[in-house]
Design a protein around this ligand. Structure first.
Ligand SMILES: [Ca+2]
Length: 245
């Protein structure tokens, strides 16, 4: 009897251990690396944006062609030009349903923030392909569904025309979530934004900051990453993983 009990215990412990092991493996599973950049290079000139490696910027259309992105000391410095009529957008194509973006970043001023915007320019029911975003600021991180929120064309029109109904305004409030999370200026952090199904999760330096589920996040094709900068941000080591099977 004792032996049987002992055997049963061993089996239970072994199977729990095995499933924990499998679980740990699932959590750690990095997915397939589909893009990475360490910015260890320089431009051929210092007057205009020339990021290379497939990156685009909106400096020509929004800042009269003035330089707003500089490769320096093996990093990418993004800074808004005084003539810009829109935040700086530094874009890279990608494609996944479920995936993860990792990025090293440094904010140098209390008012700085880094936006990670996920877009699909082929989807025409939203403004400029906006699906959802993560905005990392000095005091908080915001996660927002833009597809079924403020960037939905009908919602956007109503907001601009100030004809948004009370019910619409109330619903819009459910499309974003803010998490208090303090950062220090002049310090490097690594942010990870994971998208699985309708859930967007963000961690900074391995610590979960927050997660948010909303239907726009489940959009089947995330085709572009936009780094959105309204003042000044330094970034490095961008990695994009697809978690699609
Ligand atoms: Ca680097």
């Amino acid at each position: 009897m004792k032996t049987r009990l002992f055997t049963a215990c061993v089996l239970i412990v072994a199977s729990v251990g095995l499933s924990l092991g499998t679980f740990a493996k699932d959590v750690k599973e990095p997915g397939k690396l589909i893009f990475s950049d360490d910015f260890e290079r320089n431009e051929s000139q210092e007057l205009k944006d020339e990021v290379g490696n497939g990156w685009g910027t909106n400096s020509r259309s929004r800042a009269g062609g003035h330089k707003q992105v500089d490769l320096k000391d093996g990093t990418m410095r993004i800074f808004i030009h005084e003539t810009a009529d829109h935040g700086v957008s530094v874009t890279h194509p990608m494609e996944f349903r479920d995936g993860r973006v990792e990025i090293k970043f440094m904010l140098e001023h209390e008012k700085d923030s880094l936006g990670l915007n996920f877009a699909d320019l082929q989807y025409k029911k939203v403004w400029a392909g906006h699906l959802f975003k993560v905005v990392i600021g000095m005091k908080q991180t915001e996660l927002a569904d833009l597809k079924t929120g403020v960037m939905d064309l009908k919602v956007r029109e109503a907001r601009l025309a100030k004809t948004l109904t009370e019910a619409q305004a109330k619903e819009l409030k459910t499309k974003a979530k803010r998490f208090p999370h303090k950062l220090e200026t002049g310090k490097w952090y690594t942010a990870v934004a994971s998208v699985v199904g309708d859930k967007l999760s963000v961690s900074i330096d391995g610590k979960e900051v927050g997660s948010f589920s909303s239907e726009g996040i489940a959009h089947p094709t995330k085709r572009m990453l936009r780094l959105a900068v309204h003042r000044n941000v330094v970034v490095d080591d961008v990695k994009i993983y697809s978690l699609d099977k």
